[in-house]
Design a protein around this ligand. Sequence first.
Ligand SMILES: [Zn+2]
Length: 70
Amino acid sequence: MDFHATDGDKDSMEHYFFCPYCGEEISMVLDLSVRRQTYVEDCEVCCNPIEITYAVEDDNLSTFAAKVLE
Ligand SMILES: [Zn+2]
């Protein structure tokens, strides 16, 4: 079995997606120890508030959405 362990915390991962405001590709570190959560984080490029929603299944991201905050 060729398993490549990544260094650092297994319970978090960096996820890349496109900002719904400026369209730039940005990344955020997600906490995979939380099965499902919604929170607001500012875009690192345009500083607008993005509503992040995600769900985790078997240590993998099963759902991810980045929405414009109403
Ligand atoms: Zn942005």
